[in-house]
Design a binder for this molecule. Structure first.
Ligand SMILES: [Zn+2]
Length: 400
């Protein structure tokens, strides 16, 4: 593969630095090493580099690197974290950048350490010349879980760029819309008792079994009610991402919780959906003598169309419209470098394979031997997971 050695070496370094983010505290890791690796090169190239603390435990930081002052210019943006992974499903160490059959494999290579490595390469090349407008690199923390990095960045009130390229994997097609997202925790509480006497307790786990049936029916109902062919997956989705309940085979399960991820189409209002979930939850709880509660794991977000105020517009088109001149609509164009001031924000298909986070799809019903705890296992514990998000492109063996 004819890629510059400096670029490959940077990507290999980024892949070798684990930066998993997860709604599960025990899987959640710092992203600082990744951000500092990028900051080092940008700093040496004359960028003004700032690390913005997002949280302290674990240590999460955003990177804001800028060359040139004031508003306008080009912003290259990406996230530094990855989803967790299943080590036994990988064909190579996910923390070692590996080339196989013309593709590069490693956790986060496609989503989106590959883009970060490319963005720095482009920035270094650009910085060797005088710049007519600012060039800014934004690297966020926690996109795969709480999105706290993006919120901290928005709160920082930075000068706006004229255009932004967000390098999520979209098969090199500009994408200017994004489904909404809700990540919810549904919890049922019952009463523990000895397994030999079912009447002694109230099983939260059996209640969750019933609730899952309700959720799958709800998913079918939503898919029948809403459809938008502008999206690759034209219906709303509801993924059962994580479940935990009980402590021992011979005890009636007193508490069970389920984390789900919902992707909303434009037009789907959040509050009625939340109310539908709450209604199903409380109906199951009432039928089984349980208590139920519903909690948002991240702020609920509606769908976005035309993300970014300059989406798919050339510079000056807004001014032309204000002046009353009509301009024909611009045809879609492939992304090029320099990106000629087109704005394209992108969404990645949620087709990853880890069962540990509501952002990813569960492959196995029970954790296999590969699903070790990252805090107590070696680095291979986080390696693995055949994931389309973790490769430049899916190999035939890695397709779900
Ligand atoms: Zn991503």
């Amino acid at each position: 593969m004819a890629l510059p050695p400096r670029l490959l070496s940077r990507l290999a370094d980024l892949v070798a630095l684990p930066s998993v983010s997860s709604a599960l505290a025990e899987w959640n890791q710092s992203n600082r090493a990744v951000v500092e690796r990028l900051a080092e090169e940008l700093n040496a190239a004359g960028f003004t580099v700032r690390l913005q603390t997002v949280s302290r435990a674990p240590d999460k930081v955003n990177l804001i690197a800028r060359r040139g002052e004031g508003e306008g210019g080009l912003v290259l943006a990406g996230h530094s974290d990855t989803v967790p992974c299943d080590p036994d499903a990988w064909h190579s160490d996910p923390f070692t950048l590996t080339e196989r059959e013309g593709r590069l494999y490693g956790l986060g290579v496609a989503d989106m350490k590959g883009f970060l490595a490319l963005a720095v390469e482009a920035a270094l090349e650009a910085a060797a010349h005088p710049l007519a407008a600012p060039l800014v690199l934004l690297v966020t923390a926690d996109e795969e879980s709480s999105m706290a990095g993006a919120r901290a960045l928005a709160a920082a009130d930075l000068p706006p760029g004229a255009a932004v390229v967000i390098g999520e994997p979209t098969g090199n097609r500009p994408v200017d819309r994004h489904k909404g997202v809700m990540m919810e925790r549904l919890r049922l509480r019952g009463r523990a008792g000895h397994a030999s006497d079912p009447a002694a307790g109230r099983s939260a786990l059996e209640g969750m079994h019933e609730l899952i049936g309700e959720l799958l029916a709800l998913r079918e109902a939503w898919a029948a009610r809403w459809r938008d062919p502008r999206f690759r997956v034209p219906v709303p989705t509801l993924n059962l991402g994580r479940i935990h309940g009980g402590d021992n085979p011979n005890r009636i399960c007193a508490e069970c919780e389920l984390d789900i991820d919902i992707r909303l189409l434009p037009g789907m209002a959040i509050e009625p959906l939340r109310a539908e979930l709450a209604e199903r939850l409380s109906a199951v709880a009432a039928r089984r003598g349980l208590e139920g509660d519903l909690q948002a794991l991240v702020p609920r977000q509606p769908a976005v169309l035309r993300a970014g105020r300059l989406a798919h517009r050339r510079p000056g088109r807004a001014a032309q419209r204000r002046a009353g001149r009509s301009t024909p609509p611009s045809p879609p164009r492939p992304p090029i470098w320099p990106p000629s001031a087109w704005t394209w924000s992108c969404s990645a298909p949620a087709t990853s394979a880890s069962p540990t986070s509501p952002t990813s799809m569960c492959r196995s019903r029970t954790p296999g031997p590969g699903l070790r705890h990252p805090a107590r296992a070696d680095r291979r514990a986080l390696s693995g997971a055949v994931s389309r998000r973790a490769t430049i492109a899916p190999s035939p063996r890695s397709r779900p």
